[in-house]
Design a protein around this ligand. Sequence first.
Ligand SMILES: Nc1ncnc2c1ncn2[C@@H]1O[C@H](COP(=O)(O)OP(=O)(O)OP(=O)(O)O)[C@@H](O)[C@H]1O
Ligand SMILES: [Mg+2]
Length: 517
Amino acid sequence: MTSSQIPDEATGARVLEQRLARFRALREELEVAVLPLATSINGRRFSFQASLHGLELRLGGYVVLEHEGNDRLGQILSLELDQREGTELDLPADGDAPAAVRTQVMIRYARGDGAILEGDGAPVHDATVRPAAAHEIRAWLERCAPRRAALEIGELALAPGVPCALDAGGFDRHTFLCGQSGSGKTYSLGVILEQLLIETGLRIIVLDPNSDFVRLSEVRANIDAAVAERYRDAARGVAVYSGRAHGEQRLRLRLAELSPAAQAALLRLDPIADRDEHAELDALLAEGQPATVEALLASPRPETQRLALRARNLGVERFALWGGSQPGSLLDVIDDPAARCVVVDLGSLDTREEQALAAGAVLGRLWQRREEREPVLIVIDEAHNVCPARPEDRLTALATEHAVRIAAEGRKFGLYLTVSTQRPQKVHENVISQCDNLVLMRLNSAADAAFTQAIFSFVPPSLIEQAASFGLGEALVAGKISPHPALLRFGARVAEEGGSDVPSTWARGRPGPGGSS
Ligand SMILES: Nc1ncnc2c1ncn2[C@@H]1O[C@H](COP(=O)(O)OP(=O)(O)OP(=O)(O)O)[C@@H](O)[C@H]1O
Ligand SMILES: [Mg+2]
């Protein structure tokens, strides 16, 4: 090569740039040409490929597989970038690039698989795959809607405007609602409860540790008049029992109606070590309502005095929960099948012990009356406090025991749980592992997502992974309440929220020197 043939540095760089540009143009041509094709071997699942250019397919989204006039509706359950080496390209000599070059090109494309939601069940090869239009999804949902009440709770996240409805009949299984703090669990649970009140006759009992449902019967302002009217009618059956209320709505319990196990746990009595006091308590209860602690302290019997002292030292006599001379008790309401929706405002009770006692008493009573087979939905918000993985005291342990028993055996007696938490691993595993329905909201923790996946193994992992990127009010629902795993955005509440979040007005910024912020 003579010195005149050796390209100077600038020319060399230009040649390289031109080659790269031609290479990229050719690769783009090839990548754009990747056809959106799907194949199903068994008529139930399909695999597909598509070009990454202008990709309209979405994980969890709906597609139509078109083949010889036979359309199938499908849902994408995995979607990833793939690349394949193999195509050799000849870049001919051109302009400043005097020599032809042969090069390998890596073709990148989208690939994935999905489930056929509606089709003839036959295998299909090389069907054209395209996003389903909103009207196609809506029509399919109408065709496959079960002949039971539909609970319209929002819209499909990937088909805005298409309503997402839960199958009310699916609430005859236990339901797990999970998402990190602030993801919208309580708000969304409220949406579900409102719909259950309007559309079904299912009895509901809510254990409400944060007083979030105390305004469940109050319709918000600016609600469509017809909706408001329907809801008001349904919400007539909502009764809130609170430690702060007076009269009939007061959350009251009586020592005598608690189970012996609850009484012993409350007074921290050990049946062996404290057998005298234990026997004394039994005797007092057998005689009727025990007298005041004052009266018991004045008793000539040392066992009675010891028992009274124990109650005083434990602060039990000061519980706001005791009915005193007022008639009635929360457990009478639990026993009454006509009480349509009972909100037990645990948040209104001052101590953890009272909350655990009330929660345990309700769960225990429902279990005790199981043979009556009255269907009831038992809603436990903040379930990590009511039935934790590791209860820290005897009363919580007792409540947890009841929850575990209901989770394991309650379904056949019509006792259906809906448990909500931020931390799946902090709720007793034997409660969560019995849940068949999942409502999953934003969940950043990979460990929590993996735990949830392990329990709900029928839910596609790729959809559970999506939960890390959900916005407020977005959720994945799966199980009997939603025959296909659906990504949705919860709609607006009709009723007022209770124990409201702390306002974020502090973040608005300070007023500037001129008074503006
Ligand atoms: N779909 C929604 N539309 C409008 N606001 C919402 C929606 N979902 C939740 N919010 C609001 O977001 C805030 C947090 O919601 P929410 O209290 O339901 O969260 P959470 O998951 O129950 O949190 P925590 O675990 O701390 O109890 C509330 O102020 C609620 O009003
Ligand atoms: Mg909450």
